[in-house]
Ligand binder design. Structure first.
Ligand SMILES: [Zn+2]
Length: 284
């Protein structure tokens, strides 16, 4: 699979996540003065304020200015260098900004001019950072995180699977006197929506409570585009191998419940310290 994209906003950009999971290759080029290999960054493009025509790239090794006409030779002598270790050795990522544009395309002077023109407008600066530098834009401003998150919310009908939802998972929390189940829909890029939350009174000692849970887990939820979505996408995992090492009443009761639902795969997790996670099990 090959993904190419211009990033958007830091934390919301899928291509940024994909790149960060890769070996993050950057193109390093040698300084024509000292030979120091470096990947070009915008911070080292310097010019006198209001005079973009004075733009030159300052070498990180010798601090001498590199003129535009050196670029062709530098590009020819460059090479890709991994800057991280990929979680998956088959995943490679390449990043290249417009600072590398061959002579005759986008010049350093033009980049400096565009940056000066973008001043005063967050939207213009964001566009510059995204398209010229190929970097994600870090949102600034007075609004607190919750407000920005709130502004990005989408409307969808509770208890229905939104348009992008591809499969469902259930997170079940067993408490002394009740079982709480959250139904999540998952889409591309691990986008997720909480579509239902049920509280079943009783607790692990109550067979009726487990029966209600078993019934819940074979329910279907309507998809906004029409037909009901079925449970799928769960990896087949033997429940007994995932039991906590010291089974209590909860973990002894769970496998009975799960064994009775041979059609659905479940993973039983012991109580873990720290915040709960709602990530689905990874396929494969
Ligand atoms: Zn140098």
């Amino acid at each position: 699979m090959f993904l190419a994209s211009t990033p958007t906003i830091k934390g919301l950009s899928r291509i940024e996540r994909e790149f960060e999971a890769s070996d993050q290759r950057r193109y390093v080029v040698p300084c024509p003065h000292c030979g120091c290999e470096q990947h070009l960054v915008f911070e080292r493009l310097r010019w006198q304020s209001g005079q973009p025509e004075t733009a030159a790239y300052v070498c990180e090794g010798c601090e001498r200015p590199i003129a535009e006409h050196h670029k062709t030779q530098m590009l020819a002598r460059g090479r890709w260098q991994a800057t991280a270790t990929s979680a998956d050795p088959l995943t490679v990522g390449f990043h290249l900004s417009s600072l590398y544009s061959p002579v005759g395309w986008l010049t350093w002077e033009r980049i400096a001019r565009d940056w000066e023109a973008a001043q005063g407008s967050d939207e213009a600066k964001r566009s510059f950072v995204n398209t010229v530098l190929g970097e994600t834009w870090v949102e600034t401003g007075e609004a607190p995180d919750w407000q920005r998150l709130y502004e990005r919310r989408e409307d969808f009908a509770w208890s229905s699977v939104p348009k992008g939802g591809l499969f469902l998972t259930a997170g079940v929390d067993v408490q002394k006197n009740r079982i709480e189940a959250s139904i999540w829909a998952w889409g591309r890029g691990l986008e997720s929506w909480l579509i239902d939350h049920r509280i079943i009174d009783g607790g692990p000692g109550d067979p009726g409570c487990w029966a209600q849970l078993a019934a819940l887990l074979i329910e279907t939820w309507p998809h906004v585009s029409g037909p009901a979505s079925a449970w799928r996408g769960w990896r087949s995992t033997p429940v007994t191998k995932r039991l906590p090492s010291t089974p209590g009443p909860v973990s002894r009761a769970l496998p009975r419940c799960c064994r009775s639902r041979a059609s659905t795969d479940s993973i039983v997790l012991p109580r873990l310290p720290g915040p709960p996670t709602s990530m689905p099990p990874r396929a494969g």
